[in-house]
Design a binder for this molecule. Structure first.
Ligand code: ADP
Ligand code: MG
Length: 365
C-alpha cells in the first residue's frame, strides 16, 4: 500500500470535535488552526512524548493498546497541567511487516481513535516513515486558562500530598506480564479479577483530565504531576522544583488488604512469608513502579479543602488518597545531599525505602 493510501485509510477520519477550529487538515503540508476560539486569558499548552518498542511496550502487545496508551500518556501530561485537549499530531515509524499488516493497522487505528474520541482530541497531521523498530511520537496541543493551570513548582510547606486512583496496579500488571511463566511469581497469587485490573491499567491507562480540571477550576491543587515513572520519582520532581521536602506516611499509603485482592481459599493456604512478600511487592509497585498515569498533587491541609477533595472523589467516582505532607527541607540541605522525598512510619520514624523496601527507581539512562 502506498504511504498516502495508508494515511488516508487508517489516520484520516471525519473531524468530530470542534471542526471549525481546523482550517487545513491531514493531506496538506501543514495543519492550520484557527485560535480564535481561545478567549482572552487562555493559553496554548503543548507536550510531546515518544513511545518506543521494547522501552514502553513489547512488539507482541495488542496494537489497539499500543495506540491507546501512546495517546493516553500524552493526554496525561495535559492533565497534569490541567489543560483541555484540542489537537494532536502523530509521527509513526513502522517496520515493513506492520506497514503491510492491515489487521494490525486497523487495530492500531481503532485504539488511537477510541482514545481520541473518548477524550475529545482531534488528529490533525503527522508523519509516516519506515523503520526497524516501531516508534510513535505524539504531540498534543491543549488549552489552559491563564490563572488555573497546574505546575510542579508551587507546593507549599504544610500542604497535604494526594494521589488519585490505585497507584501501583500498572506495575503489578507489568510484573505479571514479564514473569508470566514463572511459577514463583508472587503476583500470580492475586485474584484473577485483580490481575485483570492490573493488566488493564498497564495497557489502557486513563488520563485524569476530569480530575485536573476540577482541581484547577476550584483552585484546590497547589502543584500537580502525573505519575509516569513512579510515585517516588515523580513526587520528588514536585518537591525539588518547589524546594520542599515531601514526606510520605507508610500507614496512609493505599495498599489493598490481602483479603480484598487474594481469593479466600488461596489466602488461607499462604504462610506469613508469602503474605509478606506479596504485600511488599504491592508496596514496591506503589512507590517505585511507573505507568499509572494517575495524578499526584498537593493541596492546603485544612478541613474545607479536604472536604472539597472528598466531594470531587465522589463526583468522579475516583478514590483520592491523602498520603503525606509537605515539609521544609532540612537546613543543611545542599545540592550533594539533597533528598526530596522521605517515608515515615506511624511514629514518624524514617524508613529507608531504598534499603528496606529494595525500591527500584526508573530512569531512562
Ligand atoms: P510532507 O512530505 O509534505 O511532509 P507527508 O507525505 O509526510 O507530507 O504527509 C502527508 C499528509 O499526511 C500531511 O498532511 C501529514 O500531516 C499527514 N500525515 C502523515 N502521516 C500521518 C499520520 N501518521 N497521521 C496523521 N496524519 C499523517
Ligand atoms: Mg512529512
Amino acid at each position: 500500500m502506498l504511504e498516502f493510501d495508508l494515511i488516508q485509510k487508517y489516520f484520516s477520519q471525519p473531524i468530530k470535535n470542534n471542526p471549525q477550529s481546523i482550517k487545513l487538515n491531514i493531506g496538506d503540508d501543514c495543519a492550520v488552526l484557527d485560535l480564535q476560539q481561545f478567549k482572552n486569558g487562555e493559553n496554548l499548552a503543548i507536550s510531546v512524548d515518544t513511545f518506543s518498542e521494547n522501552t514502553h511496550f513489547l512488539s507482541t502487545d495488542n496494537a489497539f493498546d499500543i495506540a491507546w496508551k501512546a495517546l493516553a500518556v500524552n493526554l496525561s501530561d495535559l492533565a497534569a497541567c490541567a489543560a483541555e485537549p484540542c489537537w494532536f499530531s502523530l509521527a509513526i515509524a513502522l517496520p515493513e511487516n506492520l506497514a503491510k499488516n492491515s489487521q494490525w493497522l486497523q487495530n492500531f487505528s481503532d485504539g488511537l481513535f477510541a482514545c481520541a474520541d473518548k477524550f475529545n482530541i482531534v488528529l490533525i497531521g503527522g508523519d509516516t516513515t519506515k523503520s526497524e523498530k516501531l516508534s510513535i511520537t505524539i504531540n498534543v496541543l491543549g488549552k489552559t486558562k491563564n490563572d488555573y493551570f497546574l505546575t510542579r513548582k508551587a507546593a507549599q510547606i504544610k500542604d497535604d500530598i494526594w494521589i488519585s486512583g490505585q497507584v501501583g496496579l500498572a506495575n503489578l500488571g507489568l510484573k505479571l506480564k514479564l514473569k508470566n511463566n514463572d511459577a514463583n511469581n508472587i503476583e500470580t497469587l492475586l485474584s484473577p479479577l485483580w490481575q485483570k485490573l492490573c493488566l488493564k491499567k498497564l495497557h489502557q491507562p486513563t488520563p485524569r483530565l476530569d480530575l485536573a480540571k476540577l482541581l484547577a477550576e476550584q483552585k484546590i491543587a497547589t502543584s500537580c504531576i502525573d505519575i509516569s515513572d513512579g510515585l517516588w520519582s515523580d513526587l520528588s520532581h514536585i518537591a525539588e522544583q518547589s524546594k520542599v521536602l515531601a514526606e510520605l506516611n507508610l500507614h496512609l499509603l493505599p495498599i489493598q488488604p490481602l483479603p480484598l485482592v487474594v481469593e479466600k481459599n488461596i489466602l488461607k493456604a499462604l504462610d506469613k512469608n508469602q503474605q509478606n512478600l506479596l504485600r511488599r511487592s504491592m508496596l514496591q509497585s506503589l512507590l517505585g513502579g511507573g505507568d499509572d498515569y494517575e495524578l499526584c498533587f498537593t493541596a492546603k491541609a485544612d478541613e474545607i479543602t479536604r472536604l472539597k477533595i472528598a466531594e470531587i472523589a465522589a463526583k468522579l467516582d475516583l478514590p483520592l488518597h491523602r498520603i503525606g505532607e509537605i515539609k521544609a527541607l532540612p537546613e543543611n540541605t545542599n545540592a550533594n545531599n539533597a533528598k526530596f522525598v522521605r517515608l515515615v512510619d506511624a511514629e514518624n520514624n524514617e524508613i529507608d525505602a531504598k534499603k528496606e523496601l529494595d525500591l527500584q527507581f526508573f530512569t531512562h539512562f
